[in-house]
Every structure is written in C-alpha cells, then in structure tokens.
Design a binder for this molecule. Structure first.
Ligand code: C5P
Length: 397
C-alpha cells in the first residue's frame, strides 16, 4: 500500500468533477490512507456529504461554525496532524481565493491556516474559457510560485459540451500524483529515458512476431523516475497499459523504430533504462501482401536478420547517459548477469530472478555493478522500480 498511515485532508469545491472525488476517496483508502473530507457549500450542490461520509467513514466537515467542534477551531484541528491537503476539484473561484488568501468558509480558512511544510496539492476543474481566462492563468502562476502543486488540468471533452483544457485529472492519475508527493526527489532535475514492452516485427501486413512482455516493469520504472522528480520519456512497444501520468510516451512497433527514437533522445538524457524485451531478429523477407495459404503449397519460409542492440548502441556513444540494462535468463543468472553487464559495457544491470515474470505484478531482482551484486527481494514491480530508482540515483555522478 503506497499511502499506508497517511492522513489526507480532501477538500471539495463546486464543480461537476465532484463525482470523481468519490472515486478518489476510495482509491486513497485502498492505498492505506485515511481521508478527512471537507466540502464547501457549492460542492454540496454536486455531491452530498452523506456520500462522502459513507465512502470515507468519517464525519464530513462543511461549516466553519460547526457545533460539534468543541473549540470551534476545525480549521486548525483538521490540519495539524494531516500529512497532505488535496483540493479536488478546485474551482476557478477557489483558486482565486487561495491566491488572495481569502478565508470566508471552513475550507478556505483551513487552507490559509495550514502549516507551511504540509504538501498542498490542487486539482483545477473548470470550463475551458474559465481556465484560459488571463485571471485564472495569473492565479495559477502565482499559486505555483507560492509552492502549491497544480495537478492538471487535462484537455478533453467537458461536461458543458465544450472541448479543451480544464478537465480534472482522472482519480487514478490524481492518486499517482498524491503518492508521488511522498516519494524522495532523488532524480530532481534529471532526464530519464526508458524503453518498455515487447517489440512487434511484421511478417506481412497482418501478421508479426512478438513476445510475452507486458511492459509492466518498464512502465513502473518510468513512473518511479517521474515520482522521483525526473523528466521522463518512455519509448514503448505495443502494450495494453496507459501511459503513467506526467510521463512523455512515444509509441513504437519494431526494434528498429525503438532504436531510432532512443538514439534521437539519448544525448538529451542523463539516464537510460532499457527494460524493453527487444526482438533479437526481424523478418528479412517481409511480404508486402498478406501471405496466402493455397492448397498444398509449402509453408512460407521466413528469413531473419539481426536487430540493432539498442542498449549497447547507447552505451557505445561518447558521453553516454548512465545506462541500466535488464536481463531475463533461465539459468545461471549470477554468472550470465555479470557477463552481460561487462559485454554491453554498462555500469548497472538488473536480472529478473523469477524465470517467468511476464505479465505478473510482482518480481524479484538482482542488481549487478562493478562491485558485485545485490538482491532486491520479492515485491510489487512498482516497489522494485522505486528501489531501482534509489540504486540508480545513488550511483549518479
Ligand atoms: O542481450 P539481451 O537481449 O539479453 O539484453 C537485454 C538487455 O538489452 C535489456 O536491457 C534490453 O532492453 C536490451 N536490448 C536492447 N536492444 C536489443 C536487445 C536487448 O536494448 N536489440
């Protein structure tokens, strides 16, 4: 659980995206957080306090003058043992209030009274014109300058029927951002390039060769690097996974495409983590038309040629980024892992201990460097990715 023991004050302000706050509450609690909901009067036009109370299992606060609070200081009491304040959705009006330090209801007063060290995240949600209005843009800039984290908004269809910037992030994206707020920023200011997933090598226009990589480990590494403060580019073969929020994903199909994209980005990055299961060979005689079976004519013969080794090519550059490779061996991992690290001339190689980690959510790893090897015991791929990011950042010059 990524938020075990964390106490989150979740503020809701007036906006149709309040319905997503119900889902967010559940998601936060599933990760082990306790959620104290505070709502403005406008928020209660969109979703009831009863719903939020039932989901959070806690009394919802809506009023500065709440007779249940003995000292009448809910705005102080609620934040003093909190670990973070999240406002989702945050309306244009509430942003404006935060910018000016206005405090005419419980939620705004609580925000003004928050301890300075407390992580404070807001998820703007409003109509596209309201978001683009210079007044809101000024407010957004000032709030960032004040150290407030703005999560989104995103572009897309809006409840009003218009299309553009202003949609609140989805609950899962918000959850990931909140989890990220608690991670150490060991890669702040760094750029990280990650490959993930399988590649797909065509045989003809409808058929091709691929492998069982799900992309989960590579996507977890990309997300963990983003959590650690890096600017992340993820070069991904075909997978069913959504791009981690905040990560720039470039989709490719073949090993050659992956090679070209990676080489174009290698120089701009400080770290390169090659997690993709790249096909070693591609079909040399790709058919332009679909291969037809007809009568008892012989089965087609495929010829192969070798794909470029992307990791070795990046490592061979002058001034390469810090290169990290992965190895999936079915035997003798300790011997083959170290040999592979030396052969590819990379400082760090990560071996999968489990013989069959494809598609699974858990894994067990060994990391090899010039000083030897170290085990990362069985854990979720996300937890392992965070440990790996820590291993990488501690080795960066
Ligand atoms: O040589 P092998 O395929 O076992 O090496 C695995 C490592 O090399 C992984 O990090 C993988 O992403 C990378 N690799 C690559 N390009 C290839 C083959 C493997 O970047 N053509």
């Amino acid at each position: 659980m990524d938020l075990a023991g964390k106490k989150i004050v979740l503020g809701l302000t007036g906006g149709i995206a309040c319905y997503k706050a119900a889902e967010l509450t559940r998601a936060l609690m599933k990760e082990g957080a306790s959620v104290q909901v505070v709502m403005t009067q406008s928020a209660m036009q969109f979703i009831t306090a009863v719903t939020m109370q039932a989901l959070s299992g806690r009394t919802v606060y809506t009023d500065q003058w709440d007779g249940r609070v003995a000292n009448n200081m809910a705005h102080i009491d609620l934040t003093r043992d909190a670990d973070a304040i999240v406002i989702a959705p945050c309306s244009a009006d509430f942003m404006s209030k935060l910018m000016h330090g206005g405090c005419d209801d419980l939620l705004s007063t609580l925000c003004l009274a928050r301890p300075a060290h407390l992580p404070f995240l807001i998820a703007p949600a409003m109509n596209v014109e309201m978001w683009q209005n210079p007044a809101t843009q000024r407010n957004a800039l000032q709030l960032k300058a004040d150290g407030i984290a703005l999560l989104g908004p995103d572009a897309g269809e809006q409840a009003c029927g218009e299309v553009g910037m202003g949609r609140m992030l989805e609950p899962e994206q918000l959850l990931h951002e909140i989890v990220a707020a608690f991670q150490p920023k060991s890669l702040a200011g760094k750029r990280v390039l990650v490959t993930a997933g399988p590649t797909f090598e065509p045989i003809d226009p409808v058929r091709g060769l691929t492998n069982r990589s799900s992309g989960k480990m590579g996507y977890a590494v990309a997300r963990a690097a983003y959590e650690a403060g890096a600017e992340v580019t993820l070069v991904s073969g075909p997978t069913a996974l959504a791009a981690p929020h905040g990560v720039h994903r470039i989709n490719v199909q073949t090993a050659e495409q992956m090679h070209d994209v990676v080489m174009a980005h290698a120089e701009a990055n400080d770290v390169f983590v090659a997690v993709a299961a790249v096909a070693d060979w591609r079909v040399a005689n790709v058919s332009e038309q679909k291969l037809k079976k007809s009568g008892d004519s012989p089965a087609p013969l495929l010829q192969f040629e070798q794909n470029p080794d992307i990791l070795a090519a990046v490592a061979a550059r002058t001034n390469p980024p810090y290169c990290v490779g992965f190895a999936a061996e079915s035997e003798n991992l300790l011997q083959y892992g170290e040999e592979k690290r030396k052969k590819k001339n990379i400082p760090l190689l990560v071996g999968n201990i489990g013989p069959d980690t494809f598609g699974k959510d858990e894994n067990e790893l060994v990391v090899f460097d010039a000083n030897g090897h170290k085990r990362l015991t069985l854990a979720s791929k996300m937890q392992l990715a965070r440990q790996l990011v820590a291993e990488i950042s501690s080795r960066l010059p």
